[in-house]
Write a new protein. Structure first.
Length: 342
């Protein structure tokens, strides 16, 4: 009940009896006493109503701080995830609990696709975000999120923004490599790592600038019937419905990469690893700091993460670089050294 309504009810209940009592009293002193008590009672009612109104504040958003996760994490079984997503999609009711009978879903693709192919795969459902990565053979590259309400136009525009950022990143790496003085083992390793980082960033920039086949997943919103239709298309690997998602800014989507076929693990990285001579003791490992972030980031807030440059390791035989669509599990004879997930 609002404060104004409560005060009106108090007036309707208190004032008529007080008026009748005053009318029955003939002397001025009696009227003065009754009016004094009426004033006290009215002030108390107003004060109580004000306190009640202050305490009657709306309840805040109870979901603040909660994060919903959809997808896979390192160590997950990819076949098990695909079976679970298919079962969840089949069990989705005809009318989802979300607004207007639609629900969010994570669509994972079988291979990296160019923006123009997305219109065939996702053209009849609402798209909010696509995930991209330049699949350089034998190198870990950055996973980017591109807002894309219009496919493929927004994807192409987002790729150009990422390309501009990568060009700046490559120039920054080259400047850092040129600034390393000395010819010791540590200096050579650091210089080679900066140079390698510049080469990777430049290759990423060239790929995105050309509209590469780099998109491997998307976040969509559609009815259960439409989602089941998307799941039957040739380029689609899985459709993972997420009816529990109501706010994208509190949801983290982590789709598996096309080359991840058995267990989720980072792709193999066969970047440069300087080999010291027999007469030299190995220098302490020096990790190359990443260049400072540049303005114009096209990704939404998290989880777009840049994979750090590989640190030098003990000399090993050079493995054969895998192709762009080869699973990292079969890329080398031995498991890859631990590194952040792409």
């Amino acid at each position: 009940m609002r404060a104004g309504n409560l005060l009106r009810q108090l007036d309707q209940r208190l004032l008529p009896p007080l008026t009748r009592a005053v009318a029955r009293l003939g002397d001025r002193s009696a009227r003065s006493g009754v009016l004094s008590w009426a004033a006290v009672l009215s002030a108390a009612a107003v004060l109580g109503t004000a306190v009640w109104a202050v305490d009657d504040t709306p309840v805040g958003d109870r979901t603040v701080g909660e994060v919903t996760r959809v997808g896979v994490v390192d160590g997950d079984s990819v076949p098990a995830y695909l079976r679970s997503a298919a079962a969840d999609l089949a069990a989705l009711p005809a009318s989802a609990p979300a607004a207007e009978g639609t629900t969010y879903a994570l669509v994972t693709l079988d291979a990296y696709l160019p923006p123009q192919r997305l219109a065939t795969v996702l053209g009849d459902v609402g798209v909010s975000t696509v995930f991209g990565r330049v699949p350089l053979p034998g190198r870990q590259t950055e996973i980017v999120k591109i807002p894309a309400l219009r496919v493929p136009d927004d994807v192409v525009a987002g790729m150009r923004e990422v390309a501009a950022r990568k060009e700046t990143e490559a120039a920054d790496y080259r400047a850092r490599a040129a600034a390393v003085d000395g010819d010791g083992v540590g200096e050579r390793e650091l210089r080679e790592q900066y140079t390698s980082g510049a080469d990777v960033a430049a290759a990423e920039a060239a790929g995105y600038r050309a509209g590469c086949a780099c998109v491997y997943a998307a976040v969509v919103r559609a009815t259960p019937v439409a989602l089941r239709g998307v799941a039957t298309r040739p380029d689609v690997r899985a459709v993972d419905p997420a009816p529990e998602v109501y706010r994208l800014d509190r949801t983290v989507f982590t789709p598996p990469l096309p080359e991840q076929r058995d267990v989720v693990r980072p792709p193999a990285d066969t970047g440069p690893s300087p080999t010291p001579t027999r007469s030299e003791r190995p220098a302490p490992l020096i990790s190359a700091p990443a260049p400072s972030p540049s303005v114009g980031e096209s990704s939404e807030p998290a989880p777009a993460v840049t994979t750090p440059l590989p640190e030098p390791s003990e000399p090993e035989p050079e493995p054969t670089p895998p192709s762009a669509t080869t699973s990292p599990d079969a890329a080398v004879a031995e498991p890859p050294s631990p590194s952040p997930s792409s």
